[in-house]
Design a protein around this ligand. Structure first.
Ligand code: HEC
Ligand code: HEC
Length: 351
């Protein structure tokens, strides 16, 4: 009979397919214990019910440069939703062309971070949003001037009334921050990695799966897990081996400034890794432009591992599977200013 060899090879083929299927499932089972796919709907946020009116208002505020003293900087200046939710600069440039001390993190998926900023000093996005408006090197404004600016434009007053219906003082700095938080909660970017976690085997290439396996086996996952593969937990940058001052500038002691505990010197929040392939440069210092170099620095500083080129390439391939798709953001038409709108001020306030 001629069917012998044929059935044998069919058998062998079936066995290989079954084995690789089982392997893929094992990796997925392992991954599902450590990572979480993004939800398909806008998540709930504590103390801030999210409504369409609030999202639309928050979007206008996010894009409105008149929220800064100079009238030049909006949230979108440093968190450009068209370029990965960051500014692609080493450290951000704000009011009066001043350069800030840290790299701008992406706002995408930031709603899933345990706390905000590189050092986690803001508990949530609403608290966070009040920071940059007042920071002398960012928007250099005051809460009173923001509220005066909003009150000067009837369209904004209407929008606040609609978004915070029934409140006694709808146009407030608190509600400004809550509306922005609502908009930011919509900036969620499902990626091939999510499709794979949800069962689509073809969503990751073999290289990406190999990279994921390494990411897990080497221990990156100890700090970069959960929905954002990071964004939670605080660790010394240089747990095993401290990077040089060219990457970890001595002046920025990270979480030490928040807790004033010596143990927290050079401690930072594990960086969230979604969209990391499109948010160079890397680290709070923004000193590293090449993702592969950043991965090798991590292996050395956090794990004490000299990482081979091949491993680093595979991990970079895996990290590429975290680049997601932002839901369409339609550029808002903002309210027109009036005779009472505070004039832009170029005065540089040095803190
Ligand atoms: C001049 C540039 C600049 C402007 C303008 C700016 N930001 Fe930022 N933003 C930064 C930088 C730099 C950081 C990191 C600062 C730190 O960690 O100390 C940051 C951090 C954040 C974070 C934390 C993300 C994370 O992963 O921890 C969010 C969210 C955010 N900004 C939202 C906003 C919003 C909302 C506005 C407008 C109200 C705004 N930013 C205006 C530069 C800017
Ligand atoms: C012990 C905890 C820990 C381990 C293990 C760890 N990381 Fe990190 N990772 C961090 C912290 C903390 C930061 C933020 C560093 C800073 O202050 O800039 C970070 C930052 C990063 C960044 C830069 C992200 C950005 O947006 O700038 C990448 C990429 C990264 N890690 C990848 C990895 C990889 C890959 C591994 C495994 C080889 C790994 N990490 C292991 C804690 C860790």
């Amino acid at each position: 009979m001629q069917t012998g060899p044929l059935s044998l090879s069919t058998l062998a083929l079936t066995a290989i397919v079954a084995a690789s299927g089982a392997h893929a499932d094992a990796l997925r089972d392992e991954a599902l214990e450590m990572f979480k796919a993004l939800p398909s709907t806008v998540p709930a946020v504590a103390n801030n019910p999210i409504t369409p009116a609030k999202i639309e208002l928050g979007k206008a505020l996010f894009f409105d440069p008149r929220m800064s003293a100079s009238g030049v900087f909006s949230c979108n200046s440093c968190h450009n939703v068209g370029t990965g939710g960051d500014d692609n600069l080493e450290t951000s440039i704000g009011h009066g062309w001043q350069r800030g001390p840290r790299n701008s993190p992406t706002v995408f998926n930031s709603v899933f971070n345990e706390a905000q900023f590189w050092d986690g000093r803001a508990a949530d996005l609403a608290e966070q949003a009040k920071g940059p408006v007042q920071a002398g090197v960012e928007m250099a404004n005051t809460p009173d001037n923001v509220v005066a600016t909003l009150n000067s434009m009837p369209q904004y007053v209407d929008w606040f009334n609609a978004a915070f219906e029934g409140e006694s003082d709808p146009v407030s700095f608190d509600n400004f921050a809550k509306a922005i938080e609502a908009f930011e909660a919509t900036l969620i970017t499902p990626a091939p990695f999510d499709a794979w976690l949800n069962g689509d085997d073809a969503a990751l290439s073999d290289d990406q799966k190999a990279g994921l396996q390494q990411f897990v086996d080497l221990g990156c996952v100890a700090c970069h897990a959960g929905t954002n593969l990071g964004g939670e937990g605080y660790y010394p940058f240089g747990l095993i081996e401290k990077p040089g001052a060219d990457i970890l500038p001595v002046g920025d002691k990270g979480r030490f400034a928040v807790t004033e505990t010596v143990d927290d010197e050079y401690v930072f929040r594990a960086a969230p890794l979604r969209n990391v392939a499109i948010t160079a440069p890397y680290f709070h210092s923004g000193k590293v432009w090449d993702l592969k170099v950043a991965v090798q620095i991590m292996a050395e500083s956090q794990l004490g591992e000299e990482m081979s080129d091949e491993s680093a390439d595979q991990i970079v391939a895996f990290l590429g599977s975290l680049t997601g798709t932002l839901p369409p953001v339609v550029y808002p038409v903002m309210p027109a200013e009036t005779a009472t709108t505070p004039r832009p001020s170029g005065e540089v306030i040095v803190e």
